[in-house]
Design a protein around this ligand. Sequence first.
Ligand code: BES
Ligand code: MN
Ligand code: ZN
Length: 502
Amino acid sequence: MKFTFCTLERPEQILTEKADALVIPLSEGGVREDVLLPLLDGLLGGSVRQAIEDEQFTGKVTQSLTLHTLGKLGATRLSLLGIGSKPSGVLLADVRTWTARAVRGAFVKAKRLVLCLGGVPADQAAAVGQAVVEGALLSTYQFDKYLSGERKRRTAIEEVVVFLPSGVSTEAAAIGGERGRIVSGGVMLARDLVNEQPTEMCPRRLAAVATQMAEQLGMGCSVLGVKECEELGMGMLLGVGRGSLEEPRFIHLTYRPKAPPRRKVALVGKSVTFDSGGLSIKTTEGMLWMKMDMGGGAAVLGAIQAIAQLGCPDEVHVLLAAAENMPSGNAYKLGDVLRSMSGKTVEINNTDAEGRLTLGDALTYAVEKLGVDEIIDLATLTGSSMVALGNHTGALFSNSDSLATRILDASQVGGDDMWRMPLRDRLFDSLKSDIADMKNSGDRYGGSISAALFLREFVGDKSWAHIDMAGPVHAEKDFGHVTKGASGFGVATLVELLSPRQ
Ligand code: BES
Ligand code: MN
Ligand code: ZN
């Protein structure tokens, strides 16, 4: 898809611009004040005003209005897009959503879409460029590998032309657009990895994806097999993976900046490539989506792909403790006691609380082997986080207020909805064990909090944040720039956090 940025020097310019669709976002006030509407209305013989009145189009976020222009305008179709009266305060996120809606709303054969963005401040040119590209690319994503014929329906849109107000730098917008393409590439990689069937996307395959990416982008990569994990004492990762024919892998990617690093950061992603629950087996219903249990690992891989392309002042370590959680004659059992890499022992009272085990060893590796300054983990960890916050919101836990604030700020730009949750020490009581240092599964109430408290046992005094993304890892329907299926949640936030924008 091609993106062209230009400025609207005279309003009349828009009347002759050739397009399959001309889209104008309008706020509730904009319906009355917009300078283009009277012009368009004049040329279209009053039909714009008429349609606005008949449809009671007031610019509400839920509204949109489309007219055929029957050759009276350069554009075949004119669409007014209601954007409400309350901007979120983050223009990048808003423009991303508007673009996604514009692209989705275009008719099937539309090739050239013109988007008219009035009111963009000059210092937001790059942000708007980035937002348009992300909105268009991400909302037209399709996982079509296993679809045949007709249903493989990629978008027909070949070009998106953006008109910015006079005086706004189109060069800056185009540079922002390049960034948008790279971020979208990371998000779409994460979506692809999560959407792939679980038998394909096993620990071996995740390792292959990481190895290939490292080669292409000049990063360091090491993949540890069972023997090496044993030598490191990763009893929790190995315990979880024991029941599967697919052996676990510990995957470690390293991005090093050219200049001496400002600090060292670890990104840890839960990478359970299929979560059957193990011997505490799930129901069919509960197991149906469990190919997405490597969504955290997919997110950190997508993020590092973009970060390596954009550059980052920090040394970034990406860690995936990948395993498949399966029942078998060799599976780990309830009552087993696993010895973690940290030395802490864990009594297993539910083999379905496996994510915290695999993550615990990865966190210890980050702390002890890498000595990082800061750790962020992303994990589809608990159904309980969905009970608390619903389907679209990630649960953020952190032992550092400043890190939590930075992540929440980045998530607003990235378009990943998150809410901070408390680490309440009292809930650790339910993880106490009579025969080991702790149990792996606690009380049902506050389940996402006790899971986070379990992870906290492995980070020592490091600055750490944990994002439980069980809900938002996939979407039940298209919404904004997110398409049905895997969402790529977390990628844009991590890139915003680690790769500075100009
Ligand atoms: N992968 C699941 C969490 C999950 C549930 C993600 C639903 C997405 C949708 C995790 O391994 C799990 O099974 N968690 C258990 C924990 C419990 C046994 C303490 C859960 O949430 O029920
Ligand atoms: Mn589980
Ligand atoms: Zn799981």
